[in-house]
Structures are given as C-alpha cells and as structure tokens.
Design a protein around this ligand. Structure first.
Ligand SMILES: NC(=O)C1=CN([C@@H]2O[C@H](COP(=O)(O)OP(=O)(O)OC[C@H]3O[C@@H](n4cnc5c(N)ncnc54)[C@H](O)[C@@H]3O)[C@@H](O)[C@H]2O)C=CC1
Ligand SMILES: O=C([O-])CC(=O)C(=O)O
Length: 234
C-alpha cells in the first residue's frame, strides 16, 4: 500500500485528496496534506510518495527535500524544471521523480518520435481566458507572449507548465516554441501542439474545460495525476 502525501489543497490537489480519501486509488491511501505553512517533515515521516499540486515555487521549495528523503515525487508544476539545477537535484535520487501528463496528451508519441531522430520544429499554442493570464481589456484574441518553452513556462508559472512538459518529452527546451494567446471567447482552454521531424508530422489539439475552482487550470489535470497514481500504486 502506497502512503501518499499531497502538497497543495487547491483546484488540483483538492480533487486528488478527495479521490484518495474515498479510496478511489486502489493500493494507495492518503497519509498527509501539506499546504502553506504546514511542515513538510511531518508528511515525509508518514508518506512514501509525495504529489506536488501547489505551484512552481512550492516545487522548488519542497521537491529537493522529498527526493533527498528517499520519497517518490509526482510533479504537476513541471515548468519549475526549466531551472536546470533544480531538475538535476530532483533527478539525483534516492527518491524517484515522476511527471504528470497534466492538461495535454501526445507526449508518448512525441517522446518516441524525438528518440528516433531529433524533431526539427515543435510548437505549442495555448489559448486561455484573458483573466487567467493577467490580461485585462482584451476584446478579441491577443498574442501575449511567444518564445522558447523555457522562457514561457517560467513567465506564466500557473498557466504554461504544458510547454515544459512538451519540451521534456522531446528532450529539448530549445527546439520548442511556445505561444500564449488571451481570448475572451475561450470558453475552453486550448493547447495546440505541432511537431515535425524525420519520424513524421504531428498535430494534437486539446480543448479542456477550465476548473471552476481555478480557471487557469484545466479540470482534467487532477484526473491525469490520479491515473499516474493508479499506475504507481498497482
Ligand atoms: N502540468 C500541467 O498540465 C498543469 C500544471 N499546473 C500547475 O499546478 C499548480 C496548482 O494548480 P491549482 O491546483 O489549480 O492551483 P490553486 O491555486 O488552486 O492551488 C494551489 C494550492 O497550493 C497551495 N500552496 C501554494 N504554495 C504552497 C507551498 N509553498 N507549500 C504548500 N502549499 C502551497 C495553495 O495554498 C493552494 O492550496 C499550478 O500553479 C501550476 O503550476 C496547473 C495546470 C496544469
Ligand atoms: O491546465 C491547463 O490547461 C494548462 C496549465 O494551466 C498549465 O500548463 O500550467
């Protein structure tokens, strides 16, 4: 039986916590919850697997101690891994690092295509309601930022972790261009991922319903986390 600690009781963590409490993940039980101001050490004493659902800053704060204590770590705020030094520490063990697919899909195919031969062009265009991106007064779609995935994932820590997830899947932060669009008509959050290289040409269009609790996050994200938890607890 895996003993799970969840960091963050927000839109994502709240759903993960509820499912664990209801026994919806066979082989796993909720051992602890860590939110702002709670000591991580108490959770590390009772959990062997920690799920970060609290944001990039929280991952940087807690992640290294989780791994150093030999606990496994499942990460939602993947954009924090744009910090190479943090990524190295989290990969350094003895705990193991796992990433959620979060709000997007196709990462397995992109990983395979990039393993066959480096992809030549990869782009992710994320479109969200302006308020979730800190944009005011947009009357139509506005391109807020375009740049390397490393830069975009760090600039919008609550909204573009998916750009980092794509970059890690294809094995390069440099080849991935990320574009952020604020659109008042974006009832659904969309992520359009395109890639091409020797393995072929790819286009994934994802249109997610935003979470009511936090419209910056897609509702599906905690369910991606729970899917990985089910695999890890099997
Ligand atoms: N990989 C992906 O596809 C996605 C990743 N995310 C990431 O997940 C994060 C969480 O998303 P939501 O649950 O929607 O946010 P939220 O704002 O609803 O909840 C965050 C929770 O974490 C807690 N928290 C913040 N700092 C903390 C700290 N240092 N220690 C412990 N707890 C702390 C807050 O008090 C709050 O309860 C986002 O900031 C984003 O980085 C979000 C959506 C998709
Ligand atoms: O939930 C989403 O659609 C994407 C998101 O916020 C992120 O990648 O940080």
């Amino acid at each position: 039986m895996r003993s799970v600690a969840v960091i963050g009781r927000g839109a994502i963590g709240g759903v993960v916590i509820g499912a664990l409490e209801r026994g919806e993940v066979p082989g796993a039980r909720l051992a602890a919850v860590v939110d702002l101001g709670d000591p991580l050490e108490d959770a590390l004493a009772v959990a062997d697997l920690v799920v970060e659902c609290a944001g990039q800053a929280a991952l940087a704060e807690h992640g290294p101690r989780v791994i150093a204590a030999g606990r496994d770590l499942l990460v939602v705020s993947i954009g924090a891994l744009t910090d190479d030094a943090l990524h190295e520490r989290l990969r350094g063990g003895p705990g193991r690092l796992f990433l959620t697919s979060g709000a997007v899909g196709g990462l397995d195919l992109l990983r395979a295509a990039a393993a066959m031969a480096p992809l030549e062009r990869v782009r992710i265009v994320t479109t969200k309601k302006p308020a979730t991106l800190g944009v005011r007064d947009a009357t139509g779609p506005v391109e807020v930022m375009r740049g390397p995935a490393r830069q975009i994932a760090a600039a919008f820590p609550k909204s573009t972790n998916v750009a980092a997830a794509v970059a890690l899947a294809v094995g390069s932060f440099d080849v991935v261009e990320a574009v952020v669009v604020a659109d008042p008509a974006a009832t659904l959050t969309s992520h359009v991922i395109t890639a091409s290289g020797p393995a072929g040409e790819y286009r994934f269009e994802i249109r997610n319903r935003p979470s009511a609790a936090n419209p910056a996050s897609s509702q599906v994200v905690p369910h991606a986390v729970l899917a990985t938890l089910r695999d890890l607890a099997r």
